[in-house]
Design a protein around this ligand. Structure first.
Ligand code: CA2
Length: 150
């Protein structure tokens, strides 16, 4: 872990990527996405710590850990996006640069997905670009960090 580490946290069911619902979430597996993120981050002088959990408390613990160890955080909270005040509180408490990310455009989906409980704690939100959104989020985080250190 270095001063230039970026945590990329993935919430519930994202371990199933590539195996089901490719019309919504694409054909890339989470391992494919991790490999693409690692390469993109390396090219920008960052390293990533890429994790997935199906458990809300674990994600809360990791947000807290990111705040002490990482320069920035990208999080796809999965379905906890729509329900988790615990994650909102953890993200609000974290002072590092934060981006919320969704593979799908949650505003173009079911009513219950249209509201993000957690997004207000993020510096910005990227959604609707599938797996490419992770690379866009890394780019966005890089420019946020450059602004912060200027
Ligand atoms: O669009 C996104 O990235 C979501 O965060 C994905 C979550 C969903 O609950 C959010 O509303 C939007 C679901 C991730 C589950 O991924 C699966 C992948 C393949 C098969 C089944 C689920």
């Amino acid at each position: 872990m270095t001063a230039k580490t970026i945590f990329i946290l993935n919430g519930p069911n994202l371990n199933l990527l590539g195996a089901r619902e490719p019309e919504i979430y694409g054909r890339d597996t989470l391992a494919d996405i991790e490999a693409a993120c690692a390469a993109a981050a390396k090219a920008s002088g960052f390293e990533i710590d890429f994790r997935q959990s199906n458990t809300e408390g674990t994600l809360v613990d990791w947000v807290q850990e990111a705040d002490t160890k990482a320069a920035g955080l990208i999080i796809n909270p999965g379905a906890y996006t729509h329900t988790s005040i615990a994650l909102l509180d953890a993200l609000t408490a974290a002072t590092i640069a934060k981006i919320e990310l969704h593979l799908s455009n949650i505003h173009a989906r079911e009513e219950f997905r249209k509201h993000s409980v957690t997004a207000s704690a993020a510096d910005g939100v990227i959604m609707g670009f599938g797996a490419a959104g992770y690379i866009l989020a890394l780019d966005a985080l890089k420019s946020l960090l450059e602004k912060r250190s200027a």
